[in-house]
Design a protein around this ligand. Structure first.
Ligand code: ZN
Length: 304
């Protein structure tokens, strides 16, 4: 039985979310994503939540969580509910792994990503798939992940070349997307060899647990959506609607992202920042004099 039958949140027609990782302060690229999901939720009279995706400490920056939350507040992008932190939700991710383990859908793999790449080029699976340590360890028990860590290796999800690995969904911006996860991605990691939970697992578990109906986010995540849907199906979870927003680039053609050193926004310029974000989203405004005025105009424009 699916372990997520009971959601934390009551069912609702629309619930969206913004889910930043605290790898730095809020920049224009992430403000555009935040605005898109916020406006989409408000235009649908739905709820909008903030979730902090802090499950990758080596990539995180001290103080970034507080900085992001302060920035969202300064731009009047307020959550309808408590903010959840992925760093505090390991038990949920372990429950999902337990379910996949009991279904025989995971195996322990000690190959490097380089080795996997070479094997995939030759259409081969890694040898760990057939010599699973998991089978030798028998039934699921409390300390099993610690025991696995001692042996080393990541946990991979099996993606067999069956009809179920052909994922088709309709993105609200990009239209119908079709991807064969077995052919184009292969068995993917849901728990890393350093013991950290993979983003794909955490996001799927949390979207379901929070009852998210609509995911609106940057187009850089369009490519990983089919594997998230595949994982939802394996866990017996509903698939939300997706809308990916085109990425934002600077004058040099670099994506506005932390990797390309996009500057952190100045909260004192929140109204101007929101004007720019709306321009990137092709929202026309009539000279808003306040943040409230701007957001109200932007919601009306989004509905149209
Ligand atoms: Zn392997």
């Amino acid at each position: 039985m699916c372990v997520f039958m009971l959601y934390q949140y009551k069912k609702i027609n629309y619930r969206g979310r913004f889910a930043p990782s605290p790898t730095g302060g809020l920049h224009m690229g992430s403000l555009v994503s935040a605005c898109a999901s916020f406006l989409d939720a408000k235009a649908s009279q739905g709820e909008w939540l903030i979730r902090m995706e802090d499950i990758d400490p080596p990539r995180e920056q001290a103080g970034a969580t507080e900085e992001i939350l302060r920035a969202l507040e300064a731009h009047h992008l307020s959550t309808c509910s408590e903010i959840i932190f992925q760093s505090k939700r390991s038990h949920r991710y372990i429950s999902a792994i337990k379910q996949l383990w009991q279904q025989g859908d995971v195996y322990s793999c000690r190959c490097s990503s380089k080795q996997i790449k070479v094997l995939r080029k030759e259409c081969l699976y890694c040898p760990c798939r057939d010599q699973s340590i998991i089978e030798c360890m028998g039934e699921w028990h409390e300390n099993i992940l610690d025991e696995l860590d001692q042996l080393g290796g990541a946990l991979r999800l099996r993606v067999d070349e069956l009809a179920e690995s052909q994922i088709v969904f309709e993105d609200r911006h990009y239209g119908v997307i079709s991807k064969n996860v077995a052919k184009e991605v292969g068995d993917f990691i849901i728990r890393r060899s350093d013991g950290l939970f993979a983003y794909q697992l955490a996001v799927v578990v949390d979207d379901a647990w929070q009852g998210i109906t609509d995911v609106v986010r940057g187009a850089d995540l369009l490519d990983v959506t089919p594997r998230q849907i595949f994982l939802q199906k394996k866990l017996g979870l509903p698939t939300p609607r997706y809308r990916h927003v085109p990425l934002v680039y600077d004058e040099q053609g670099n994506k506005l992202s932390k990797q390309h050193f996009a500057p952190v926004l100045d909260n004192a310029l929140a109204l101007d920042n929101l004007r720019v974000a709306c321009r990137y989203l092709n929202i026309k405004l009539e000279d808003p004099q306040s943040i409230e005025d701007l957001l109200s105009q932007a919601v009306d424009a989004w509905v149209k």
